[in-house]
Design a protein around this ligand. Structure first.
Ligand SMILES: [Mg+2]
Length: 497
């Protein structure tokens, strides 16, 4: 035994981060008419401090839980995660995504730091890479999703997840068909029906019955999809099991299931082929690891839900890297969309026609992509008199004439330069720009994280970046610890609570 004294927890804090920018909103497929807002900065994280200077970090939590968490943990050994998970479950039970998952992740972070090992290694993992899938958020149109799928494939993504939420099954299947036609067999296609969002049997948007679930699954099977996710209400275990008996397609789910006992029941009753537990629902990774063991024992695969973004994603990355039965990592990724027709509406018809002709020629003949050269909404406004907006496929491109000249050649950019945008179009750009610049959140999602203990994730991320699979991580050039400190320095206004 080492002579080093045991670590002792001295405090738990919540760090709040300033919102640097409201980027915009989009409508998630599972909540028609609803809005998902996107920000740079914002949110919070949990810090667990120790008497030897080690500090663990994890996703944020509801500040009202802090007194109970402190009462349970201060003075204790951070290595006793099983004890802590049990007492926090009793004394500090929070809501999903606002509970004590971050405390549990921070404790594991301390353990990793104290051992000098990344968590996936401590958890016995042998893989140094994971395959992320692009988890799309919008419903959109079959044509747009097919274009996007090709772009993702060209960027190196190996899998994507579509949402199917049309009124009819025929429309849903057409969407998947179009994407399959576009990518051939070069991408795994996962499909999410999001029918288990409610703990009851009502939720917004289209609701499936058993027959639609079976018929959809059969169609998706023909289309070679990898899984159908949440085809029925969360607790319709008997119907889910029956569905699995009737189709060969893998059925996935579990992102909202609470407690290990629900997963035990689901496994015993043959509910899913692929489990998707979520640490932010299960109060941390201590419980999530057990769901992984259960899945293995029942011969199932496990692909955790997205971890709520930020540090939760990194924790899930370590879990996936430690499991042999985890084929993918979920990463929310739905790049901005701007429709050319929308952008050119109101333009002089001749100018609009020229822009379209230019784009068509550029995309079809040159097969190049243009750079997104402007990143700040106010800049777009200032530049509105001399920028042109064009897009390749459905990806919008903003460039000054010089940018475009450098990219496409002088003769082509002159055409663009002439296409000065009238005021009405400028207003439209302003409205669309929040979506346009949603890409900025990519940096945020990376720079939010993590620590030495999670440095294993850096290795994995680097592999992903080299493979060009994860565009989200491409701006990340410093160590994760540096990024975390930097992020606090740049965005953070520490509120010790
Ligand atoms: Mg889902």
């Amino acid at each position: 035994m080492s002579d080093t004294p045991r670590l002792k927890i001295t405090d738990i804090r919540i760090l709040q981060f300033r919102v640097v920018k409201d980027v915009g909103e989009l409508e998630p497929a599972w909540n028609p008419g609803g809005r998902m807002s996107i920000q740079v900065g914002g949110g919070s994280c949990v810090e667990v401090h120790t008497d030897q200077g080690l500090v663990g970090v994890g996703p944020g939590m509801d500040p009202s839980l802090l007194p109970a968490v402190r009462a349970q943990l201060v003075g204790k050994d951070p290595f006793d995660v099983e004890q802590h998970a049990a007492s926090l479950r009793y004394y500090a039970q929070g809501l999903p995504y606002r509970g004590v998952a971050g405390v549990d992740i921070a404790l594991w972070d301390i353990i990793g730091k104290a051992c000098g090992q990344p968590l996936y290694k401590l958890w016995g993992g042998g893989r140094d890479r994971a395959i992320p899938y692009a988890s799309l958020v919008r419903l959109s149109t079959p044509e747009e999703r097919a274009d996007l799928a090709v772009q993702l494939m060209e960027q190196g993504w190996k899998a994507l997840k579509l949402r199917i939420h049309y009124e009819t099954m025929q429309e849903d299947i057409r969407l998947v068909e179009r994407v399959r036609q576009a990518v051939g067999d070069r991408m795994a296609i996962l499909v999410d029906a999001n029918q288990a969002q409610s703990s009851g049997d009502w939720q917004p948007g289209v609701q499936w019955d058993f027959r639609r679930a079976v018929e959809t699954a059969r169609e998706l099977q023909v289309l070679g999809c990898y899984w159908l996710e949440e085809p029925l209400p969360r607790y319709y275990f008997h119907q889910l099991a029956e569905l699995r008996q009737r189709v060969e397609l893998a059925i996935a789910g579990g992102e909202n299931n609470v407690g290990i006992h629900e997963f035990v029941q689901m496994l015993q009753q043959g509910v899913y082929d692929i489990l998707q537990p979520e640490s932010m629902v299960l109060n941390g990774v201590t419980a999530l690891r057990k769901v992984g063991v259960l899945a293995e024992a029942f011969g199932k695969r496990v692909v955790p839900h997205h971890g709520g973004g930020n540090l939760g994603v990194i924790a899930h990355l370590h879990l996936v890297a430690s499991w042999r039965h985890a084929p993918f990592l979920e990463l929310l990724h739905d790049p901005p969309i701007v429709y050319l027709d929308e952008l050119t509406k109101g333009l002089d018809p001749i100018v609009a026609k020229k822009i379209r002709a230019f784009l068509k020629r550029f995309v079809t003949q040159e097969k190049k992509s243009l750079l997104l050269t402007s990143h700040v909404l106010s800049e777009v406004d200032e530049l509105a008199d001399r920028v042109a907006l064009i897009h390749r496929g459905r990806i919008p491109i903003v460039g000054t004439p010089d940018d475009l000249k450098a990219t496409v050649g002088a003769s082509e950019s002159i055409e663009i330069e002439k296409a000065a945008l009238p005021t009405a179009t400028r207003g439209r750009i302003e409205r669309l720009a929040p979506v346009l610049f949603a890409q900025e959140r990519n940096e945020h999602w990376v720079s939010f994280g993590v620590s030495d203990a999670m440095a294993g994730a850096e290795a994995i991320i680097r592999v992903l970046r080299e493979d060009n699979v994860r565009a989200r991580f491409r701006h990340h050039t410093v160590s994760l610890e540096d990024a975390f400190v930097h992020h606090i320095g740049e965005l953070g206004e520490k509120f010790d609570q």
